[in-house]
Design a protein around this ligand. Structure first.
Ligand SMILES: C[S@@+](CC[C@H](N)C(=O)[O-])C[C@H]1O[C@@H](n2cnc3c(N)ncnc32)[C@H](O)[C@@H]1O
Length: 249
């Protein structure tokens, strides 16, 4: 992803996307049982910063990493407004480094699918392992091929206040790549301005992810199908999987 990709998506992220989904049940099942052992955490690909703020509000020393300068700015602003300490780092998930290792890294909403190449999975997992304390956990959720074949082949229209967007999915059947072309229509006074953004994703088979986690030094690997957590038509069984791995103690 180019660092300017999440520009309009950053500006209107909370308005258009945040209200449309809830990670509460997934976090309760997958992350909450770990929290009594977590003194420090990093939300990788933090987006507009909402989960980083939640972690910081629990008294956890919190880092937030994202490649998009606009997302980083938003997260810093929100932390300041909420009077919470979140150290925001503009960095690529494949190469990020933290000032100190942390007990938990999260990477939500298929952010890890955004790497340019399938082979980048190894780089992200190694960077995460390096940034964790021994025994620390990495929790992430991924779109699977089934999501590319169904959701990412659709066209979506969303309209809120002065913004409308058409998201047109692109997926070649049988491939591990998908993209969405986003056409923005933003109203300022009587004038509508049009902007374009393109988001690309890659996906992996479960065995590829499991092997990559093991190779990067993770054990106690667990998965959860996302369907029961969301219970909506975007997330039928098999589309999205939550993964949790522990850096070997
Ligand atoms: C779908 S959003 C998810 C944001 C957030 N995790 C959430 O749950 O709302 C994907 C995020 O990944 C970030 N991103 C994409 N590629 C990245 C990369 N190579 N390194 C770091 N962040 C990246 C984008 O800027 C965006 O904020």
């Amino acid at each position: 992803m180019a660092s300017d990709t999440y520009r309009y998506l950053a500006k209107y992220y909370d308005l258009l996307f945040e209200a449309r989904r809830s990670y509460t049940s997934a976090r309760k099942e997958i992350i909450s049982p770990l929290l009594s052992q977590v003194e420090s955490a990093c939300d990788l690909c933090c987006g507009s910063g909402n989960f980083a703020l939640l972690l910081a509000a629990k008294g956890i020393r919190t880092y937030a990493v994202d490649l998009s300068p606009d997302m980083c700015r938003l997260t810093r602003q929100k932390a300041k407004t909420a009077n919470l300490k979140v150290e925001v780092i503009e960095a690529d998930m494949r190469t990020f480094r933290l000032p100190q290792p942390v007990d938990l890294i999260t990477c939500e909403y298929d952010a890890l699918n955004h790497v340019p190449k399938k082979s980048d999975l190894d780089r992200v997992l190694r960077a995460a392992a390096k940034a964790l304390t021994p025994g620390g956990h990495f929790v992430f959720d991924l779109n699977n091929r089934a999501a590319f074949a169904t959701l990412w082949s659709n066209t979506w229209f969303i309209e809120r206040d002065t913004v409308a967007l058409v998201m047109q999915g692109e997926h070649e059947p049988g491939s591990d790549k998908a993209a969405v072309n986003v056409e923005w229509f933003v109203r300022g006074g009587k004038v509508w301005k049009r902007h374009h953004e393109r988001i690309e994703e890659v996906c992996w088979r479960a065995a590829e992810i499991r092997n990559a986690l093991k190779d990067a030094g993770f054990d106690q690997i667990k998965t959860w199908d996302a369907a029961p957590f969301f219970n909506d038509y975007h997330t039928p069984p098999g589309n999205r999987t939550f993964w949790r791995g522990r850096k070997k103690a």
